[in-house]
Every structure is written in C-alpha cells, then in structure tokens.
Design a protein around this ligand. Sequence first.
Ligand SMILES: C[S@@+](CC[C@H](N)C(=O)[O-])C[C@H]1O[C@@H](n2cnc3c(N)ncnc32)[C@H](O)[C@@H]1O
Length: 506
Amino acid sequence: MMIVNESEVLEFRTLIARRLGLWFDDHRREFLAGTLRERVSARRCGSAANYFQELGGGAWPEEWAMLAVALTVTETYFLRGAEHFRALIETALPECQRSGRGDRPLRLLSAGCASGEEPFSLAIALRERGAWIAHSVQIVGVDANREMLAKARLGRFSAWSLRETPPAIRDRYFRPTGADFLLDEEIRGMVSFLERNLAASNDDLWPPASLDVVFCRNMLMYFTPEAAEALIARIERALVPGGFLFLGHAETLRGLSTGFQLRRSHGAFFYQVGEPSRAGAGEPVSRAEPSALGWSAPELAPPGASWVDEIGRSAEKIEVLSAAARRRSEHETMVAGAAAGVSGFDRALDLHRQDRFAEALAHLQATSAEAARDADFQVLQAVLLVNCGRTDEAEARCRPLLSRLDAAAHYVVALCREHAGDLAAAFEHAETAAYLDPQFAMPRFLLGRLSKRQGRTRETLGYFEEALALLVKEDPTRLLLFGGGFTRETLVQACRAEIQRLGGGS
Ligand SMILES: C[S@@+](CC[C@H](N)C(=O)[O-])C[C@H]1O[C@@H](n2cnc3c(N)ncnc32)[C@H](O)[C@@H]1O
C-alpha cells in the first residue's frame, strides 16, 4: 500500500480548505490520509507530490468533483426542521409577497442541497400552501457532490429519507416503488439542480438582490471560518432587501456577518437581511441567538427503565450524589492539593469535582477578563451552569463557540436542547460534536439515549457500541467535565447493559 506522510496529509488538508472550503481537524487526519492514498492510486500519479502538482494547479475539475463526493457529509431528509418550513410559509413568504416583487417569480435557493430532500421539501411546502404560488416560483438546489445531485434528479427516495414526513404528505406526493418512494412529477418539476462548489465565487449564482429566500442548512458547520464568511457575504448581497436566510440548528451567523436581523416565529429562528420589515408577522427576537427550535416528530413513549434511562434523568439526584461521593474519595488527594497557587481554571475544576458548582462558578467569575475569553474556560463555565440548572445561560455561553467548531460547546448545547425538550436540535448538536471530535465519548452516549427515545433500535445499538469503545480510553478530565456526575465504570456498565438488551456485543 502507498505510504503518505504527515506533511503530505497537511498539504492535502490545506488544498481542500482553500478550494472546497471544508475543514478537517486533527482527529480526521486518518480519514484524509486514506482519501489521499485512494486518490493518488486511482489517478496513477505514483506519489502525493505528483498528485498535488496537478491538483494545486487549479485546472483539474474532474478530480475536484471526485474529492467533493469523497469528502462531503450528505445526511439529509424531507422536512428536516419542520418549524423552518412553517416559519417560511406563514411568516417569511407573506412578507416577500407584500414587498412588491412585481411579476417576477419568487426565487428560493437551497445551498448544499445534498440529494434534494431540502429543495423538494420547499416545493411541497409551497404546494401545500396553495397553487397560487406554485406556478410562479423558482427553486434551485446547489451542491458540489454530483452523486447526490444525480440521486436528487432521479426523485426516488428511501423510507429513511421520509422518516419525518407525515403520512398524509407522503401519500399525497410519493408513490411506493419497491422499498422506495417516487416523488410526484410536478414537485420534481418545480426544482432545478446545479453542480457548484459553494466555496468559489460563482458570480452567476449570486446576482445582487436576486433571491427571496436562501436555505443554507448544515453546511457552514463543515466550512473554514473564512469560507463560511465569504459564502454568507455572497448570500447577503444576493438576497433582496428584506430577504430571508435559514441556517441549520447548530449554525449561527455570529462572527460571520452583522448584516442580518435575527427573526423568530413558529418556534424557528432565521435571519432577515437589511431593514426588518415593518409588516413583519413574526415575534420580535428576544434573545441574541436561536434556542427554541421545536421537535416536530411525535416522540415515542420511552421504553422500559434501564441504566441509560436513569442516567438520562437529570433529576436522579441520589445516583448523581452517590457517584459524586465515590469520586470525592477517589480524588481526595487532588482536591486537598488544590490550594493557592493553582490557576483559576484548575481550582474551579476541583470545586466542580466536589459538586460545589455554585462556588466553582463564583470562582471563575472572579478570574481575569483575559482568561475568561478562553474557550475551555467558557465551556467549563457552561458545564457548571448546566449543573446549577441554568441551561439557558449555559447555552448562551456556548453559542459563540459553535462557529469555531468547538466539539465540547456543541455537546453542552446538545444537553441544553435536550433539557428544553428540543430533541431534534439536541440530536444535531450531538452529531456535530461527535463529527468534530471522533474520540469524544459522551456525544455518542447522548446520541444513543436520544435514538432510544425515538425507538430507533439499530442506531441506538450502534451509538452505544461506539460510546463503549471510546469510554474505556476517554480522558479522565473530560469524563469529569462531561460525564454528568457518573464514573467511567457506571457509564461503561450502562453501555454494556443497553448493548445486551438490544442483542448486540455477543
Ligand atoms: C449535511 S448536507 C446538508 C443537506 C441539507 N441542507 C440539510 O440540511 O438537510 C451538506 C451538503 O453540503 C454540501 N457541500 C459541502 N461543501 C460544499 C461546497 N464547497 N460546495 C457545495 N456544496 C457543498 C455537501 O455535498 C452536502 O450535500
């Protein structure tokens, strides 16, 4: 097998970030190395150096298209984030209608549309609203992954793609075909698809003031901050004054643009460019960042009590406290040693270890403003706030860190969303945390718990198996911070019990 060295992997990463805007952190180096080996041998280049020479030249569109297929995450499904579609139809579009478009059609763009479920959901939502709009609307789906676009154009989807689609909508717009579902031809005719790299300037895609609505969900989180900022600037220019931008649950414009107003309606948060419309029907924004996106699917009744259910119930204070008592004796020596001389952060961590959360918080508040800007510091503060039951504040503390691709911040936000009953967002943040840091055990554990609540047996088993494998080697400080007051042994036992219950791990 061909060998690629460390510096070649880093060069590959830089080329990808520059060209496709995608960022791969250090935990994903192995994946990048594998892709590099595969591409060098597929192209019979003989060495990574030869491959880079061609690739870096900029004129190898076929190879960049192959890389886009190999490197992108394409998870999507119909009516993902249903509240976004409700807010679009009932708040954003009526405002667009009132804003004097004249005769021109309403224009919507789905940036990073993957296999088409998002733009087709837009078409279905519009169709549901009434034929008055369907004949005068243009919807375009854009993606760099040509395999996904081919799938979109086929219009054939698995039951998994329709997992959040109400039966009435499924029956109205899909025809069963074997194990799959074929999308209604009229809906397919409402959407056109373009293969484009959205990290490039694509001037023809973004004429000034040409679009009414852009959905750009669950793509920015894979981008470098520079690529994300540049794309948002293009979207901002291309939207008509008062036009709307919808981002994914785990994404924010913070640090990327100040040109938008945050809007809220129907439990959804979204952005509006330029002057807020006086005719606005949405609620005024009461907070700086999204927080209350609702879970649209009916939640399944929780299965019978188990270790994992116990751990999921934050009110199980007795178990938490007894675990804390065990930990206290384990760490007595360290705690005793935590005296004057240790940093504010370490002292707060020790107080956290003793479940003295309020004191730890007060201790952090007294530390210097410079230290307080540190991401680890802010995450510790957020964890302490969660433990004090102040999840809104914890979430607010973490939100600015999300665009910096901070796995811990995404995990804490996932916990806060779970606490708020917003399981869809909890799931997305936990998935993002797991993606950003593949060695991080607790997001897998949370994904297992959330999947279990939804009755998704196969996924539940998979997540607990992954969590188990990671828990045994998880860093002790990270377990202390994010383990919810439970020891490694308790969490490992919980995973094993779930795996056994689901018939895995023979
Ligand atoms: C996770 S999917 C999101 C799909 C959909 N927006 C949703 O929220 O369900 C992300 C999509 O972004 C696309 N993508 C990533 N980088 C891109 C780039 N530089 N240009 C165009 N599309 C890109 C991927 O191919 C993938 O289909």
